[in-house]
Design a protein around this ligand. Sequence first.
Ligand code: MN3
Length: 199
Amino acid sequence: MTFTLPELPYAYDALGPYMSKETLEFHHDKHHKAYVDTGNKLLEGTGLEGKSVEEVLVAAYGNNQPLFNNAGQHYNHIHFWQWMKPNGGGAVPGALAKKIDEDLGGFEKFKADFIQAGIGQFGSGWAWLAVKDGKLEIQKTPNGENPLVHGAKPILGVDVWEHSYYIDYRNRRPDYLKAFIENLVNWEHVEKMYGEATA
Ligand code: MN3
């Protein structure tokens, strides 16, 4: 098996009240698992078996859409679980905070623009904070796409597929995005990916 479903890095009920146990059970155990299982089936015979998820999704982009969709979503969710933690949000670590000030006009503007990217993604997709050519930028992508196929490295992403918020927020995507930034983001994981993206 090239792809394996990671365990959640916290208990299913650890992100309440901002993301419920029921949401995490469906989202991780059903949706993410389906991307892993379908991705493994679609990998058979492609010659990409055993490659990293990053290598698979880049190779499949534009060549094998079904495989790309599932590999992309597998990558996105591996990090999505780690981009959240109980009692998340709060202050951005120093070096990254400085970079947000320089490239994105400060934390409050970043927050508003990131939320707006999530609101503005029509239908299913993701909003991102990514590093491109040494600079931070906000992106949004449809479906399973991510910044890796647009010449950038994602360091934070939020899932705006309805399965991510409909149980807890119904149609209120803006409230979900606000709660994500203010109460769920694991800035230590963002900082770690920022370090890797700029190394
Ligand atoms: Mn999802």
